[in-house]
Design a protein around this ligand. Structure first.
Ligand code: GAR
Length: 204
């Protein structure tokens, strides 16, 4: 079967990108292949991870490009050049407009480090999500993989996994546990599921 071409979009450390690359190596992700990594930040360590794996990495920085329109045009051009069929936001911290997301219905996945609808939406990203969960005092958190639409963290949920909060947790400790127990497992599973789905549609 022809593999679904995946673009992974990143902004930072790229541990979720690494989980996807490792899943490709180990045979967990077989229905899709990562053809390009797009980084919103030229300093993202995720770029080094892509290069080490032999995957092309392209920087599209909103700051450098000057406007949202120019930023999204650069992303679209890169996606087209590489024939991407599925976009995975893996710690991608820039906002994508409704104009952009409308062009990719059920073709953009995002991983969010909480159980949506808790601790999500505007302003909830990275460590802030875990700070909010600890401040609130919830005893269970987790991660969610969902389709992306025009509502921040509002698209259809595909997979979720709960993770315990333990006494003495700091945002950093909790972030690591949520990544290890949930994000790094869910995201490759979701990539496989949607890649298969796209493959079936293509073969019909
Ligand atoms: C991950 O925890 C991801 O879920 C989160 O940022 C981190 C990126 O880490 N994403 C969001 O908060 C998006 N709203 P990584 O660069 O090591 O994958």
């Amino acid at each position: 079967m022809v593999k679904t071409k995946i673009a992974v979009m990143v902004s930072g450390g790229g541990t979720n990108l690494q989980a996807l690359l490792d899943a490709q190596e180990s045979g967990v992700l077989t229905a899709g292949e990562i053809v390009v990594v797009i980084a919103s930040n030229p300093k993202a360590y995720a770029i080094t991870r892509a290069e080490k794996a032999g995957v092309p990495a392209v920087v599209c920085s909103r700051k450098e490009l000057g406007s949202q329109a120019a930023f999204e045009e650069a992303i679209t051009r890169t996606l087209k050049e590489h024939g991407a069929e599925l976009i995975i936001l893996a710690g991608f911290m820039s906002i994508l407009s409704a104009d952009f997301t409308r062009q990719w219905p059920r073709r953009i996945l995002n991983v969010h480090p909480s159980l949506i609808p808790s601790f999500c939406g505007k302003g909830f990203y990275g460590l802030k999500v875990h700070e909010a969960a600890l401040d609130y005092g919830v005893k269970v958190t987790g991660a969610t993989v969902h389709f992306v639409n025009e509502v921040p963290d509002g698209g259809e949920i595909l997979l979720q996994k709960a993770v315990e909060i333990l006494p003495g947790d700091t945002p950093e400790i909790l972030q690591r546990r949520v990544m290890e127990q949930a994000e790094w497992k869910l995201l490759p599973q979701a990539a496989q599921l949607v890649s298969e789905e796209i493959g079936k549609g293509r073969d019909q």
